[in-house]
Write a protein that binds this ligand. Structure first.
Ligand code: Z7Z
Length: 396
């Protein structure tokens, strides 16, 4: 045995290839069955695909840090493509101070303020697309978040078309230097420029959630520059994620008509149905941690400074943890899924995401008798996000 090559299962899988994105599930199973930790030789990183290890790593930020980046790049050795996020790419205690501001802005109190208008907007949107051939992605999964989120943040109307490309770039940037990442970077400049500019206090409506982040600068809790970066976090992580979450729900309900019937029979199941779609499809498929010291994972030694790739989507379908993991069951107990992460970094916008998902699924349950797939769904490729580029449907 050589000294620097770990004696552990190896795989030549490329988890950032379009072949893998087309159907990751058989590869997930191979990774899980190979062992608790697998050496991914293509990238020189440790892969974990079982629920137990993913859960453990997410819940141990001291050993598995985020401040060296949650993508393949190690921020200790390489320069990030943008100034690091104050919440995503930090560890406690700095992380906690930034997160506290966002958690307050995205609190249950805020959700109560937004709820009625989200439910109404989703209802009107679904009614407006009944009966004709639509693209479930553009006309619903994207249309709904775009009709509620940018306005609530307090963004101007002009330029909102930069939001999805910017998020696509950010989520591609967690992956390796492949075609997806490179072509996103080549087109990045105008999107980066627009988003950075909109995060400043002067460019945000005084009534929106962005202004509430800036209010934390007025009290000295964070600096003005930090508030600007925290608004950037909302714009980066707040839109493509929910687009793909709603897309996942639509995709699942369309393919499991008995589950859509169960939702129609009881629209109060909308919230759990959304959660189950997040578990099943895992819009956020993967991201990384970096070890802060020599450690051990599932009985395997892992040295300091190693990148660990967490397959959230695989953990969410690990048969060691879930019954009938590949089955979409809107009555399932979904708690414990890692689609929103876990531990100190668990999605700070999860209440807003769930409110959006619930609003759309309630609107479908109340207004739609049948979701008919009228053409082949087309997959969207991204180094981190799983979802569709288009999904021809008719809602009747
Ligand atoms: O703060 C940020 O800009 C930010 C960007 C991406 C925060 C979170 C995420 C993210 C969300 C990363 C889900 C991976 C998975």
């Amino acid at each position: 045995m050589s000294l620097d090559i770990p004696a552990l299962p190896r795989s030549d899988l490329d988890p950032f290839s379009t072949d893998f994105f087309d159907n990751p599930f058989p590869e997930h199973e191979k990774l899980r069955d190979a062992g608790p930790v697998v050496w991914l030789e293509r990238y020189g990183v440790y892969g974990i695909a079982r629920y137990a290890e993913v859960h453990r790593v997410l819940n141990d930020w001291r050993t598995f840090c985020s401040s060296r980046g949650v993508g393949l790049q190690d921020f200790l050795r390489e320069t990030p493509w943008r100034p690091p996020s104050l919440v995503l790419e930090t560890d406690p205690p700095e992380h906690d101070r930034a997160r506290k501001v966002l958690a307050r802005v995205l609190s249950p109190i805020t959700m109560r303020e937004l709820r009625d208008s989200f439910i109404e907007t989703a209802d009107a949107l679904v009614r407006s697309i009944l009966g004709r051939e639509i693209d479930g992605v553009a006309d619903l999964a994207q249309a709904f978040p775009l009709s509620v989120f940018p306005g609530q943040i307090g963004l101007r109307t002009e330029g909102r078309e930069h939001l999805l490309p910017y998020a696509g770039l950010a989520f591609n940037a967690f992956g390796p230097d492949n075609d997806l990442r490179r072509s996103a970077m080549e087109r990045a400049a105008p999107h980066i420029a627009w988003v950075s500019e909109q995060c400043r206090r002067d460019n945000l409506s005084p009534h929106g959630l962005g202004a509430r982040v800036h209010a934390a600068a007025a009290t000295g809790e964070v600096t003005e520059e930090e508030a600007t970066l925290l608004v950037r976090s909302l714009l980066t992580a707040g839109i493509d994620t929910t687009v793909n979450g709603i897309g996942a729900a639509l995709y699942s309900l369309a393919r499991f008509p008995d589950q859509f019937a169960a939702l129609r029979a009881d629209p109060a199941r909308a919230r759990n149905a959304f959660e189950e779609a997040i578990r099943l499809e895992s819009p956020v498929q993967t991201f990384f941690r970096t070890t802060t010291c020599d450690t051990e994972l599932g009985g395997t030694p892992v040295p300091e400074g190693a990148k660990v790739l967490m397959f959230l989507a695989s953990a969410n379908r690990d048969p060691r943890h879930w019954d009938r993991p590949d089955h979409f069951d809107i009555t399932r107990t979904t708690s414990g899924h890692v689609g929103f992460g876990a531990g100190v970094h668990m999605c700070v916008g999860q209440l807003l995401a769930r409110l959006e998902g619930e609003a759309v699924l309630q609107a479908l349950a109340r207004n739609v008798a049948r979701i008919e797939i009228t053409g082949a769904p087309v997959r969207a490729y991204n180094n981190t996000l799983r979802g569709l580029a288009s999904f021809p449907l008719r809602l009747t």
